[in-house]
Design a protein around this ligand. Structure first.
Ligand code: SF4
Length: 224
């Protein structure tokens, strides 16, 4: 099954590389992100990999990002720094904290560099908020989601088969990686993102929540 998904994801990435002049990739270093980086490298993606350092990542996440460039020398690793110096904003105004520390740095960079499309690793299975995700979302900056139809188990199988160690906190139950003040380990049977934004009544930071246009020019059904 993973082979079918792999082929569909590779086709999607290859299509994006051919279609967009200024394609980039972002990552939060979830297992899905690790799969996407590997697949993109395999099909010849040579653009940038963007990581927004909010200032609140687990040290293991920052370390993993700094180590991955040795595995993928054809990709340019770029860290975007957070904007806020307001102490403990995540306690008083978490949505503002995400806006300043996550959303703004990425959006500013995409605008400054005239990025026309971005690869990211969201999946439908990770959260109810993503159940209708499409592989390509059109918009001023297209969002390309090659792993839309992958389950958590598909992602784990891919990493295992390709001998890619997952994020060191993954096996401790951190099935979706976020900032340490807002992330907890999940229990078996919970959605992977259910440990995010603990106590805040939300499952998304808002970075991918802007509406998109329906037309994309790339339509793909679930290959499973
Ligand atoms: S996830 Fe938490 S710490 Fe990270 S930017 Fe959002 S509110 Fe701030």
């Amino acid at each position: 099954m993973t082979k079918v998904l792999e082929k569909a994801a590779e086709e999607c990435i290859t299509w994006a590389i051919g279609k967009f002049l200024n394609l980039k990739m972002s990552t939060g270093l979830n297992v899905s992100g690790q799969v996407l980086i590997d697949l993109a490298a395999k099909v010849g993606y040579q653009g940038e990999l963007l990581f927004v350092d909010t200032g609140y990542h687990f040290p293991e996440t920052v370390k993993l990002f700094s180590e991955l460039d040795q595995r993928y020398p054809g990709i340019t690793f770029r860290t975007l720094s957070a904007g806020s110096t307001i102490e403990d904003l995540y306690l008083s105004e978490p949505e503002k904290c995400c806006q300043i520390n996550k959303i703004d740095p990425l959006q500013a960079y995409l605008a400054d560099t005239s990025t026309d499309a971005i690869l990211n690793a969201r999946t439908r299975a990770s959260s109810p908020t993503r159940k209708d995700l499409q592989m390509v979302e059109a918009g001023p900056t297209y969002r390309i989601n090659p792993l839309t139809f992958w389950s958590q188990s598909d992602l784990e199988t891919y990493l295992s088969v390709n001998k890619i160690p997952p994020h060191p906190l993954y096996e401790l139950g951190f099935t979706s990686m976020g900032c340490w003040p807002c992330t907890r380990a999940t229990k078996p049977g919970e959605d992977p993102r259910s440990g995010r934004f603990v106590g805040q009544g939300r499952l998304e930071c808002g970075i991918w929540s802007k509406p998109t246009m329906a037309e994309s020019g790339f339509v793909k059904e679930n290959p499973k």
